[in-house]
Design a protein around this ligand. Structure first.
Ligand code: DQA
Length: 143
């Protein structure tokens, strides 16, 4: 089964961006751990990041024909994007939502995610381990 992993804005700066909040690992490290987990789980993986809402929407739409499931860390768009929610609903693929940080422990504006209502599960606060856990959940869902 094919999983598309999408990362939203500013996640390209992981490792240097507010390391006290987001940790020292880079997005390359996250990509490597996802590929390792996917290999163990028998999933094929396409790992991407964009700073542009419309590009993420287009990639989600394209997933209709290119993926069986989606893992998304929508980053700040979690809290703002009706367009991403609509796109995820339109593709009707299983969606796992991941946040590195515990968004419920942070500013009030991070407590709500537009993506959560269209995800079958949400993982937050476990750092990069959350990506591995979400891939495990997707592999289970897709078997
Ligand atoms: C994040 C949490 C969001 O609130 C924030 O805007 C991010 C990253 C996380 O992974 O913890 O950019 O999605």
């Amino acid at each position: 089964k094919r999983v598309l992993v999408l990362n939203g804005p500013n996640l390209n700066l992981l490792g240097t961006r507010e390391p006290e909040t987001y940790g020292a690992e880079t997005l390359k490290d996250v990509e490597a751990l996802c590929h390792a987990a996917a290999a163990e789980l028998g999933l094929s993986l396409d790992f991407r990041q964009s700073n542009h809402e419309g590009e993420l929407v287009t990639w989600i739409q394209d997933a209709r024909t290119t993926a069986d499931g989606l893992l998304i860390n929508p980053a700040a768009y979690s809290h703002t994007s009706v367009a991403i929610q609509d796109a995820l609903r339109a593709v009707s693929l299983p969606v796992a939502e991941v946040h590195l940080t515990n968004i419920h422990q942070r500013e009030a504006f991070r407590h709500h995610s537009y993506v959560s209502s269209v995800a079958f599960g949400v993982i937050c606060g476990f750092g990069t381990l959350g990506y591995r856990l979400a891939l495990m959940a997707l592999a289970d869902k897709l078997k």
